[in-house]
Every structure is written in C-alpha cells, then in structure tokens.
Design a protein around this ligand. Structure first.
Ligand code: WT7
Length: 641
C-alpha cells in the first residue's frame, strides 16, 4: 500500500477555487466532462435540461445517453482488475473469516442473481424490494437489478414488518429479497419471519426470494423461492440491459415532516457520475486504496459510498455486517488494521459512542494505513471531531465533514483533503457545481454576504439530484420547490461565517435526526395514537449526548386511562413494532393537555423548548387556548439522563 506521504491530493486549494468557479459558470461544460467518467453504450449529446419552476419541475441529465450501471461498476473493470478485490465482506463475528470478492467473482455472482430475478419474471422497470442483512448478496441484488433494468428499493433491516409492507406496496414491488436471519452485534433479527408478516398485507402475487445467511429458516410458503438452490443452476452470465440515463436506478424511502415516508427516486447516469466523482475527490481516493464506509446499504450513504461510487471507481470497498461495539469497542479499529483501510467514513454518533470508551481500544491497533477520515449524518461536535482527529487519525488525516441528504445522491458541501483549512463542525465549502444560497426564512429573500444565518437552499441542479417522489411528482414539487420559488429547499438551516464557510444548524422542519437517521416526528406520533389507550401525542427532538437527538414524546391518554411505568414500556415496544427499533421513544411524558392555539394547532415550539430544558425562553404563549397546560408540562418534564 502507498504510504500517505507519497500521495498527492487530487485537488489543492487553488485548483478548488479555479475549478469551482468554472463549474458554476458553465455547468454543462463541467458536467459534460465529468460524465465521461462512465462508459456509455450511446454517448450523450445533451448535458442538462432542468427547470425548478413551480408546476413544471423537471430535472434531466445526460438524457440522450444510454448506459448500464452494473456494467460500469463491474464489467468495465474486468480486463484491468478482474482479480483485484472489489468487496471485502467482514462478518458480524470476527472469528468468522472475511470474504475477499474479486471483480470477476462479483461479475459471476451478480449475473447469477440477475438470472434468478429474470426467472422470477422480473423485467426492466419492475420494482424489487431488498430487506437484507449487510451480506454480499445485498450488493449482488442491487447490481443485479441495475443489470436487468429493474428498480431496487432497499428497506433497512431494522424496520418493522409494517414499515416493510408500506414500502412494498408503495412501489408495487414484484419481488422481495430477504434472508433467513440477520446477525448483528451478536444477536439475530428474524428477517424472513418479519417478511412473512409484512406480506400478509401485500398482494398475493408478490414473490419472496430467500437468501441463506444463518440457516435459521423455518417455514416456506408457496410464494417463497430458495435463492441458494436457484443460484446453483442459474446462468452465470447475463447481458447488461442498455438503459436510458434517466431511467430510475433506485427508490429509497425517507422520512419527511408530514405523513408517510417519500420514495426518493434516483436515476442512472447522473447519479452514478456524481457518486463516482464525489467518492474520488472528497475522500481523496486513489487506485489501489481500501475504502470503508460503515453505513448500512439500507441508507443512501451505503448506496453511494459502499456500492455505487467505490465500484464505479474500481475500488476495494468494505461491507461490514456488524456494529461498532461488538464484540468490543475496538471493532472498528480492528477492521481498519486487519484490512489496511485507507479511507474511513462513519457517523458522529458512532464516534461519540467510541470516544466514551476511551483511547485504549483505539491505541491497541495499528491505524497507520488511514489517510482520510469522514463523517456524515449530523453536525459533529468539536469535542468528537478533536478526538477523531487526534486519537483515530493521529493528527495526520484530514477529516471531511460531508453534508448531504438522501435527496442529493452524494455530498453537496464538504471540506476537501489537502484543499481546505479545516474547521471542526463545519461542512465548509460547496462541492463542484453546487450553488448554496442562504434565504431569510419568512420572506425568502436571498441573504448575501458573510456572517449570516437562514435556511439553506440550492440554486441550481447537479447530476445526483433526486428526480421525483415515486408516484407523486406533485409531492416532490410541493416538498422541495414551493416554499422558496426557483430553489431546491433542503429543509436545513445554516450559518455562513465570516470566512464564507457553511455550518449546518439542523432541520428547520419537523424532522429529527436520531443517531444520524432521519425520523419524521409525525410518523412517531401516528404510531403512538394508533395505540388504543393513547388519545393524542406530540413528538419532538431533544439534545442527546450520543444520538445527537433523542425522541421526546408527550402523550395524552384516553379518558379513564392511568399512566404507569408499565404503560410507558408498552408504548415503547409498540412504536418499535410499528416502525422499528430506530424510532424507539427515549422519553415519554404524560401530558394531560398539549399547548394549542385557539384554532387547535399544537405549538411545537413550546414543546421543543421544554424538551430541551430551555423553558426560560418560551416566547409568547398568550395565543394559547389554555396557557396553564404549559406549567404542568414544565413541572412534569422528564429528566434527560
Ligand atoms: C439530513 C439528511 C446523507 C446521508 C446521511 C443522512 C443532516 C447530514 C450532515 C452533516 C450536519 C448533516 C441534515 C440533512 N446531515 N449530513 N455533515 N452535518 N448535518 O441522510 O437521512 O437523508 O438526512 O441529515 O440535516 O438534511 P438523510
């Protein structure tokens, strides 16, 4: 492996300035060049065709080009690096052997999976839901869908059967791919049992393809197909389907401020070019490097920076089945040493949890292979940043604090290694072609100059941008393009400091960020009120030392119901089964009444303040129908520890 001192970063400070200026001055020239990172079956002649105009939002990139995403991630590397490891699979239990899957192996396995999907009747444009552990078959399934032109929609294995059913039905999936069980942190989740339960709420003709992970499969139903059996006889070649650049590659459901999660749609050409470019430039990835993103493929981070970006670049990418704390808090560093990781990308919540375990677990491993460290998902507090920098990175690895979203496909703002003077906690500068603007939240006026704060919008498109909400283009326009006309609204607030660096201040809508996962408070509320003993619920975030934000619930019980510790536990379990463990309430406060305006609107601002223990600054409560409820809520607020 090349020593860090010998690497020249792809971009230095001057080049960044120059290239950035070019990229926003003539985006078509810039992206027209970048699109050439990919192999096209038919090259594009048009680069962008975009309108952010209300009522007519349309985003198209490279739109007369034809390509296949799986061929770009696999086939085109076969001649030059067929025997190089594409994926290192690191199992949950470190005593089990890691797998080194070469590009040739990957080609064969993806073709087999594609052939099996075809046998099940999956064709171009069909939707396939993946509900899988972090096993190589998850990557095979993604790439197999891409190969035959099917659209995958991954549901994180921590989601409940109900959440899974909603997503299967939401995109009318033809097939669900699952595994018998998912080992994680020494425990197993019964994925197949969950899938069976979900499928009770789905069309009879949805098929279920079951991959063997632990051998814990118990029941087979008429709709089930045994992947391992079918793969034995399936063809190990499968021609990649020529796809239009704007054909959907995947749907990924994500929480919003209202109602049901939205199916974010990403397409083929622009998404892949953007994932590949950001993976290379932001992490300063070089040929031969071993890249590790610790996310799950159930989130966009796993899509772009475990599978699509790294494989498009011919990298060796690590897929980790486990958790940072199993069998002990040294696991991440053990894996870094074992596989000689060069770029390491994780979430602030994991860093904080590991920081709490002290320096020793880090110091017992050789981390000299590390060159770039990354974080994503939420703002990182300077204390965690400093620990990451000095203890993990030994003070020699730039940290890229990457700000982006499921909707953006890849990084939008981030420092670049070797080009940016780092500031702990700041996402700093826009990536090439990205045009952030700070707006005054109520008037929507653009705030120019530095040392300012407002809501964050993006003025122009980039190739990785989402194209629509699956089946509901109107919702797409309403959510992202109607509050601030002519701009893409991110839902985040931000500051631009005196030097022009950006600091994300968090969501300005009713979305909270729990351990780097996005959670709509409305979803938790509807789960709570679905319980027979709950009359009303309001959910807000509050500062949590490890998770970033915790889930704080105010619950009004039905007349005649008595609050009890038992009921509290029951509601917690209830939300876990309705949505999944990630939505598990941290604190539940019994609220005889909620603060409402005379028109009946819950004043969340007040609930947020009480949850944050900041009730000295409640602001004007004179518009409340019954101001006395506030006193009760303050008196009975929950202890945050
Ligand atoms: C929201 C998007 C993008 C992959 C992970 C989350 C917050 C994300 C940062 C960061 C501050 C961040 C924002 C954003 N966020 N990265 N580096 N600094 N905040 O994807 O679930 O779509 O959530 O996560 O609030 O809007 P997501």
């Amino acid at each position: 492996m090349t020593a860090s001192a010998e690497i020249t970063p792809h971009v230095n400070a001057e080049q960044y300035k120059l290239l950035y200026a070019q990229s926003v001055k003539d985006p078509d020239a810039f992206w027209g060049e970048q699109g050439k990172r990919l192999d096209w079956i038919r090259p594009y002649t048009r680069v962008s065709d975009v309108s952010f105009a209300p009522g007519n939002v349309s985003i198209r990139w490279f739109d007369d080009g034809v390509l296949n995403v799986s061929a770009n991630c696999i086939d085109r590397h076969l001649d030059t690096r067929g025997d190089q490891t594409a994926i290192i699979w690191e199992p949950d239990d470190p005593k089990d052997p890691a797998l080194h899957i070469t590009y040739k192996d990957l080609h064969r396995s993806v073709c087999k999976m594609a052939s099996v999907l075809k046998e099940l009747g999956v064709t171009r444009g069909d939707r396939v839901v993946l509900y899988l552990p972090m096993i190589p078959e998850a990557a095979y399934a993604m790439l197999a869908c891409a190969r035959i032109g099917a659209i995958h929609s991954i549901v994180f294995a921590g989601f409940s059967p109900d959440a899974l059913a909603a997503r299967i039905n939401g995109c009318d999936a033809k097939v669900v791919i699952t595994a018998d069980e998912a080992p994680r942190g020494g425990r197993v989740t019964a994925l197949k049992t969950n899938t069976d339960q979900a499928l009770l709420h789905c069309d009879d003709d949805v098929k279920c393809l079951v991959v063997k992970r632990t051998g814990g499969q118990t029941t087979w139903t008429p709709r089930d197909y045994d992947y391992n059996k079918l793969a034995k006889t399936a063809a190990d070649t499968c021609a990649p389907e020529p796809m239009d650049a704007e054909d959907p590659l995947f749907i990924l459901y994500t929480s919003g401020s209202t109602g049901q999660p939205k199916g974010v749609v990403h397409t083929s050409g622009g998404y892949l070019a953007y994932a590949a470019m950001t993976h290379e430039i932001v992490f300063d990835y070089h040929d031969g490097d071993v890249f590790w993103c610790t996310a799950d493929v159930g989130w966009v981070t796993g899509h772009s920076y475990i599978v699509y970006g790294p494989l498009a670049n011919g990298a060796t990418t690590i897929m980790f089945e486990g958790v940072p704390t199993y069998p002990d808090t040294g696991r991440f560093w053990d894996v870094c040493e074992k596989h000689g990781v060069n770029q390491f990308y994780t979430a602030p919540t994991a860093i904080r949890a590991l920081m709490a375990a002290g320096d020793d677990p880090v110091k017992s491993y050789d981390l000299s292979s590390l060159r770039t460290l990354g974080t994503v998902g939420e703002p990182i507090n300077p204390e965690a940043w400093n620990w990451y920098n000095t203890v993990v990175g030994g003070g020699r690895c730039p940290i890229v604090d990457t700000w982006w979203q499921t909707e953006t496909g890849g990084h939008l703002m981030t420092p670049l290694p070797g080009a940016t003077e780092l500031k702990p906690g700041s996402a700093q500068q826009p990536f090439f072609g990205i045009t952030p603007v700070v707006l005054e939240p109520t008037t929507g006026d653009v705030i120019d100059g530095n040392d300012v704060e407002g809501v964050l919008c993006i003025a122009t498109s980039w190739p990785g941008q989402m194209r629509t909400v699956w089946g509901d283009h109107e919702r797409f326009e309403k959510t992202y393009f109607s509050d601030y006309e002519g701009y893409y609204f991110t839902g985040d607030g931000c500051k631009r400091d005196a030097d022009g660096d950006y600091w994300i201040t968090g969501r300005v809508d009713d979305v909270i960020n729990v351990s780097g996962h996005r959670m709509g408070t409305a979803e938790v509320e509807s789960a709570l009120v679905a319980h027979g003993r709950v009359a009303e619920a309001a959910v807000v975030g509050y500062p949590h030392a490890i998770k970033g934000q915790g889930i704080y619930c105010y619950v009004t019980l039905m007349n005649g119901e008595e609050p009890s510790e038992e009921l509290r536990q029951e509601l917690r379990r209830w939300v876990r089964t309705e949505i999944g463990p990630i939505a598990s309430p941290d604190l539940i406060q019994w609220a005889p009444g909620l603060p409402k305006t005379r028109s009946g609107k819950i004043m969340r601002r007040i609930l947020r303040k009480i949850a944050e223990d900041d009730f000295g600054a409640l602001g004007d409560i004179s518009t409340l129908a019954d101001p006395s409820v506030v006193e009760d809520l303050i008196d009975n607020r929950m202890n945050r520890e």
